[in-house]
Design a protein around this ligand. Structure first.
Ligand code: 5GP
Ligand code: ZN
Length: 135
């Protein structure tokens, strides 16, 4: 645990938060600045700054927990969809440098827009990118 990390302190119960779920590895809390009603965060109790640092096995457990939470919140809140968002690096919008997964319930006319602006990409450019990653 990192003493100067807000999510270490929340995940380990030192700072109070609205907890939806807790086990030995994770705490799930409501985001204090919710995009929509029920916006929640999955936070590992151990400190990993981001997805680069998160062990692969724990990454799998995050997604299993997300699935369980999404099903429960959909039943309880009556939302009509969900976005899972996970930011890595300040350029990507990460502001708290302790890995977390956002779970954002979506409702009719909720006023949120979570997405990106699609760009044009020629087939040769896509092929060059594919080769850069795979080869
Ligand atoms: P990021 O931009 O790093 O992906 O998301 C950080 C999120 O953590 C933001 O949505 C922000 O509202 C939330 N957050 C930051 N500090 C606290 C806190 O002390 N308590 C809670 N519940 N949420 C926090
Ligand atoms: Zn931390």
């Amino acid at each position: 645990m990192k003493d100067d990390c807000i999510f270490c302190r929340i995940a380990n119960g030192e700072i109070p938060a609205k907890t939806l779920y807790e086990d030995d590895k994770f705490r799930v809390i409501l985001d204090q600045g919710p995009a929509t009603k029920g916006h929640a965060l999955i936070i590992p109790k151990e400190h990993y700054a981001d997805l680069y640092e998160l062990p692969e096995e724990l990454a799998g457990e995050v997604m299993k927990l997300a699935k369980r939470m999404v099903i429960r919140m959909t039943e309880k809140l009556g939302c009509k969809g969900f976005n899972l968002v996970q930011n890595n690096g300040d350029l990507a919008g990460q502001t708290v440098f302790h890995f977390h997964m956002h779970m954002i319930p979506r409702y009719q006319a909720d006023g949120q827009k979570i997405g990106w602006k699609p760009q044009e990409a020629a087939p040769e450019e896509l092929e060059q990118t594919r080769a850069q990653i795979v080869d």
